[in-house]
Write a protein that binds this ligand. Structure first.
Ligand code: SF4
Length: 327
């Protein structure tokens, strides 16, 4: 039986954090059981917003592979590759950009949103408006059957589906139209209640030391109404409580719900429980991280071997693409 393929990638724009762990990586780990997975380092995508400082992109590449392997992505069963090392992606991007109406890109809901959000980055570029076409090339290159995404990314997959249909209609049936694999992930905010992000300085990184994690979590603001230990609190407005929902046992969660409201526990105890649990959960990840950090050559070879496999696959696809358009 042929395995169904999925493709997913990450932009190497910074260190990975708990938001990435719960929002994507643990899901990818599960998907490895049912799909042939291609996971890629999207360094060309990173360039769409970070073109002024490309050096930093390069520095994050191996670190990202280390994080992937430390959380349980397995290069023996999944293919890890570096996007910019498979030049076929650029060729397919170019061809697909010829057939993609500009209006499809202009109506992309995240385009305007991101332009506003990333105002300081000067992203009114040709490359930025075209990045969904590059995404389509990434996905279609591997004839992916599905793409795992959160609801906010679903319009991009829809665009890829439209581009695939258009190519198949204009030339030959080369690409399967990929499904959107909607994934529910637990809601984890940053340490200040906003989205966890390196740029907001509210993240706990997978590479943080125990001391850093302890320090960051102990600084979190809890229920702002709970000024003194004897004041009852409200877990619903406390930004620490959702962390317990991810890291603590149901018994502990119930206890916090109950005791916080009647001031039976203090925030200091509550934070201590959380810190213990987070450190316990991250401990095996940290051990693997330490190993891979000391064996960077091995990490590099793994990425190179995966990139070779991806290149071989993409060369086959490009033969079909060129043939279909008569080049
Ligand atoms: S006891 Fe826990 S849940 Fe309640 S306010 Fe303090 S930190 Fe938040």
């Amino acid at each position: 039986m042929e395995w169904k393929r999925i493709l997913s990638g990450m932009r190497p724009t910074g260190k990975l954090h708990l938001g990435n762990l719960h929002g994507a990586l643990l899901n990818w780990k599960e998907l490895q059981k049912d799909y042939q997975c291609f996971f890629f380092i999207a360094d060309w995508h990173a360039l769409t917003t970070e073109y002024k400082e490309p050096k930093a992109i390069h520095e994050n590449i191996l670190d990202m592979v280390i994080d992937w392997m430390s959380v349980g992505l397995d290069p023996k069963i999944s293919t890890f590759f570096l996007q910019s090392a498979v030049k076929e992606h650029a060729e397919l991007h170019l061809i697909l950009s010829m057939i993609t109406p500009l209006s499809w890109l202009e109506r992309n809901p995240t385009y305007k949103e991101q332009q506003q959000e990333l105002e300081s980055k000067e992203i009114g570029t040709y490359g930025f408006i075209g990045y969904p076409v590059l995404q389509a090339a990434d996905i279609l290159m591997y004839k992916a059957h599905a793409v795992p995404v959160g609801i906010d990314q679903a319009p991009h997959v829809e665009l890829t589906r439209e581009i695939a249909r258009r190519f198949n209609f204009l030339y030959e049936e080369v690409f399967p139209v990929p499904d959107t694999l909607l994934t529910e992930t637990p809601k984890l905010t940053g340490l200040d209640g906003r989205k966890m992000s390196k740029s907001y300085e509210n993240a706990v990184f997978l590479s943080d030391s125990k001391e850093e994690i302890r320090h960051k979590l102990s600084q979190m603001v809890t229920d702002p109404q709970r000024a003194r230990r004897k004041d009852p609190g409200n877990p619903e407005v406390c930004i620490l409580f959702p962390f317990h929902k991810i890291y603590s046992s149901q018994e502990r969660i119930d206890e916090i719900e109950r005791e916080c409201r009647r001031a039976g526990i203090g925030c200091v105890d509550c934070k201590k429980w959380l810190i213990d649990q987070v450190l316990k959960t991250l401990s095996p990840i940290k051990e693997k991280r330490d190993y891979w950090t000391q064996n960077l050559r091995e990490v590099q070879s793994i990425l190179m071997a995966g990139t070779e496999r991806a290149r071989a696959f993409s060369q086959e696809t490009m033969k079909e693409v060129r043939q279909a358009i008569g080049f």
